[in-house]
Each structure stands twice: as structure tokens, then as C-alpha cells.
Ligand binder design. Structure first.
Ligand SMILES: [Zn+2]
Length: 94
């Protein structure tokens, strides 16, 4: 069973130069931990954004040849009637 003062006594027993890190090691450890933190944040925001993005629609896009109105209709429809003027139009591809 560990006593409350046991950890402090072990640290006191270690030599002083073992506790002090070299400046190079300190800078490398700081940079690596900072890069790891930024990478973690980037991955987290990437997955968060993907979860909330709308799924691409399967609807077809139509553009009226008479009034140039752009509208969508179901994916199984080849020709669709314009809701503005009633002209039947073919779907357009990008
Ligand atoms: Zn139209």
C-alpha cells in the first residue's frame, strides 16, 4: 500500500540532471505534442463535418428550353414538365 509521501521521497532520491530535460528534447517533445493535438483536432472536425453533410441527391436536373427555369424531378423520369410554363424538357448532365 502506497503512503502519501512515498512518491515525493522517490523523486527526491533521483539525481537532479535526470529531471531536467535537454532543450532539444523539450522543443521536440513540444512540437510533436502540438502536431499530434492539431492532427487530432483536424480529424475530429473532418469526421464531424462528414456526419452533418447532406447526402447527394439522386434526382435529375431539368432546364426548361422555353423559360430557362431550372428544376429537379425524380431519378426514374426521363422527360419532365416545367412547373412554370408546362413545356416538357429532357434532363441535363453536367
Ligand atoms: Zn418553362
Amino acid at each position: 500500500m502506497a503512503r502519501p509521501g512515498a512518491g515525493a521521497r522517490v523523486q527526491d532520491a533521483t539525481p537532479l540532471n535526470a529531471l531536467v530535460m535537454a532543450p532539444d528534447t523539450l522543443i521536440i517533445a513540444y512540437t510533436v505534442s502540438l502536431l499530434a493535438a492539431f492532427s487530432g483536432l483536424g480529424l475530429y472536425s473532418h469526421f464531424l463535418r462528414r456526419r452533418f453533410e447532406p447526402t447527394p441527391t439522386e434526382d435529375r436536373i431539368f432546364r426548361c428550353s422555353t423559360c430557362a427555369f431550372v428544376y429537379t424531378d425524380d431519378a426514374d423520369v426521363d422527360r419532365s414538365r416545367c412547373p412554370q410554363c408546362g413545356t416538357v424538357n429532357e434532363s441535363i448532365q453536367f
